[in-house]
Design a protein. Structure first.
Length: 698
């Protein structure tokens, strides 16, 4: 085993050079990756930040340029526009009588600014000179100077021209749309200022300003290197353009480049400086625009995005080149450092260890003056070899003692094994007897449990019977009370029936008396009828004097007949009542007989219920005695069952303990055998250990 292990160590050390190269390569690869990723992240961050700052600066410069240039252009136009505002007071003050003086002032104002082409004033009908409907003076600048133009100062009807109506505003002056003058063929814009009198506009002053200087300024505008600028009117017309084709189109919203996102309309209606990005002539570009004061025109600049991105990309290329150069220098220095500070010391240490293992010389010493981690490893390795050398010496000294102890232990283990076998046999016999005892106890416990269950069932049945007998006694007493109540009720009914029978009998007697009285009434009515008949006969005999008596006799006869009929009806009713009372009396006598029979049966039922109560009480007494005896037997059987169960548990514990003891004895026997084998193996290992230690130089 020792030879195989040493061979493996030697084989690994023979590959030390490759391992050194592998470690160096791994370190270089890992550090290179970390360096490349770090430098790349820094470069990307710097590029993104530089790009963001460069674009922001370019946007700020474009906005400042457009703002500055639009302010400059408006300043030039506004200076000429203010000239028109100063002429109004002079015209009102001088009047038509000093028109020559006014004309000189107009010509002087036209000549005062280089970009003013012409100017004048135009009055409302009959406002300046009541004798003339139209009154105007217009001076045009020529090479020799300004002069009054007759065609505009005579009968020219200007009232319906757009430029004339533009001046009717509630401010100092207004601007017309840029236009080409049909006479001079010059593109211009007109500043119109109202002439007010008593807060009423009576005319306007115009100053025509040529746009040649504005075009020149816009064309000379430097927007980066490839950018350009142009001017758009408030209707979207292209006032100036570096592209002739674009100027031919005239309307910016018709240009496809400015139709995206309605950019042309936004530019024409711009009221403040703004910037956006759009594709112009197929190139992504910055489009910046700003209104030129209150003229309604808008200055627009276009700068291709590529021109802004070129310096950014150049900076990226330079940064990438510097990054690669710095990375190469860094990796070269890193390689030299790792080779000198890590690879060479580790290779020297590896070779020294290889020689030590090859020669199996534990007296080899390692020295290093380094204070870094490699120096600490060499120092620790040197200390380890010294301690290992001491351990081998100690092991060699103790190997013989271990061998002696192993021989003695093997001998004693054999003796203990024989003793353990005897103990195991004895314990096995005890365990068998204990198992028989445990089985008998368990069978007795089962029998006692069954007997206990039977006694418990008897006790439960006795208890149920006792409860039933108590219930029966209680119900019998209730039945006795009910029978007594029935007897009392029957007596009451009998008394009521007797009273009713007496009343009916008296009623029968009264009806017989009434029948006799009706018979007398019938006789009286018959006699009265006869007397009335006789009286009528006598009245008839009496003649005229007996007529009144005849009438009375006739009425008496009628009453007698009615009384006779009523008496007959009463006699009939009395007969019916007598018949009903006779039937009722017979029924009452039958009912009295039935009531007497019911009383007799109820009394017999009461006697029977009394006997039932006595029998229930006797049964209850007997059941209570049986229940008490059953409970005593149940308690005794439970005690016996508990004792048997406890005996069974003790037997079970004894059997289990005997089994455990037998198992432990068996395990001890096995352990003694293992100890014997281990002692023999230990002796053999001590012998081999001494042989291995002998191979090293200690």
């Amino acid at each position: 085993m020792g030879r195989i292990r040493l061979y493996e160590i030697s084989a690994k050390n023979r590959g030390g050079g490759n391992r050194m190269k592998s470690i160096k390569a791994k370190v270089m690869v890992i550090l290179s990756i970390i360096s490349v990723v770090t430098f790349a992240l820094l470069s990307i961050f710097n590029y993104v930040q530089f790009r963001s700052e460069s674009l922001a600066m370019a946007k700020r410069n474009l906005l400042l340029q457009v703002k500055s240039e639009s302010t400059h252009l408006f300043g030039v136009l506004d200076k000429a526009g203010k000239v028109s505002n100063s002429l109004g007071y002079t015209i009102l003050h001088e009047g038509p009588q000093n028109i020559s003086s006014v004309e000189k002032i107009v010509m002087g104002l036209v000549e005062s600014e280089s970009n003013i082409i012409g100017g004048g004033f135009w009055m409302e009908p009959n406002q300046f000179d009541p004798t003339k409907r139209l009154y105007a003076r217009y001076a045009l600048k020529e090479q020799a100077g300004a002069k009054i133009v007759p065609q505009y100062s005579g009968t020219y009807d200007y009232l319906h021209d757009d430029w004339y109506r533009t001046g009717f505003v509630d401010k100092q002056y207004a601007w017309t749309e840029p236009y080409d003058d049909p006479v001079t063929k010059i593109q211009m814009i007109t500043a119109t200022s109202p002439i007010r009198k008593d807060n009423k506009i009576i005319g306007i002053i115009t100053m025509d300003i040529g746009l040649a200087d504005l075009k020149k300024s816009v064309e000379q505008l430097k927007v980066g290197t490839t950018g350009y600028g142009f001017v758009v009117s408030q209707t979207g017309a292209m006032v100036t353009s570096v592209d002739a084709k674009a100027q031919e189109k005239r309307i910016i919203s018709d240009d496809k480049d400015f139709q995206q996102n309605e950019l042309g309309q936004k530019i024409a209606k711009a009221s403040e400086i703004a910037m956006t990005e759009a594709t112009i002539k197929g190139k992504p570009s910055f489009v910046t625009y700003a209104p030129i004061g209150s003229t309604g025109m808008v200055l627009v600049t276009v700068l291709p995005l590529q021109e802004v991105m070129d310096p950014i990309n150049q900076n990226l290329y330079k940064s990438a080149a510097l990054f690669l150069g710095a990375l190469f220098v860094f990796l070269l220095l890193l390689y030299i450092f790792i080779h000198r500070q890590v690879t060479l010391p580790l290779r020297h240490l590896s070779n020294t260890i290889f020689e030590m293992v090859k020669k199996r010389d534990l007296t080899t010493n390692f020295h290093s003056k380094r204070k870094d981690e490699i120096g600490e490893v060499i120092t620790a390795l040197s200390q380890f070899t010294r301690e290992l050398h001491g351990i081998f010496l100690h092991v060699d000294q103790n190997a013989q003692q271990v061998q002696d102890y192993a021989v003695a232990s093997a001998r004693k283990a054999k003796e203990a094994a024989r003793a353990s076998e005897q103990v195991t046999d004895a314990i096995g016999q005890v365990a068998v007897g204990t198992n028989h005892q445990m089985q008998g106890s368990q069978e007795s416990a089962l029998a006692m449990e069954e007997m206990t269950m039977g006694i418990v069932r008897v006790a439960e049945a006795s208890q149920v019977m006792a409860e039933s007998s108590i219930t029966m006694e209680r119900e019998a007493e209730v039945g006795t009370n009910a029978v007594s109540n029935v007897v009392r009720q029957m007596d009451t009914i009998n008394l009521s029936v007797q009273q009713t029978s007496g009343v009916i009998k008296r009623l029968h007697r009264r009806s017989e008396e009434i029948s006799q009285i009706v018979s007398v009434i019938t006789q009286i009515s018959s006699q009265t009828n006869l007397l009335a008949l006789n009286a009528a006969i006598e009245a008839a005999r009496a003649g005229e004097r007996g007529k009144g008596f005849a009438v009375v006799a006739d009425e008496i006869r009628k009453l007698a007949e009615q009384s006779n009929k009523s008496a007959g009806m009463i006699a009939q009713l009395i007969t019916e009542v007598q018949s009903d009372t006779t039937i009722t009396v017979d029924s009452m006598e039958l009912e009295m007989q039935e009531v007497n029979e019911g009383i007799r049966v109820a009394l017999e039922s009461g006697d029977a219920f009394g006997r039932i109560v006595d029998a229930a009480r006797n049964v209850n007494d007997q059941v209570q005695g049986v229940s008490a005896i059953s409970e005593q037997m149940s308690a005794g059987s439970e005690q016996v069952s508990a004792s048997i169960l406890e005996l069974s548990k003790i037997a079970e514990k004894s059997a289990r303990s005997a089994s455990h003891v037998a198992q432990s004895a068996q395990e001890n026997l096995q352990t003694f055998k293992e100890i014997e084998a281990s002692a023999e193996e230990m002796s053999s290992m001590a012998t081999r250990l001494k042989g291995l230690i002998g191979q090293f130089t200690i």
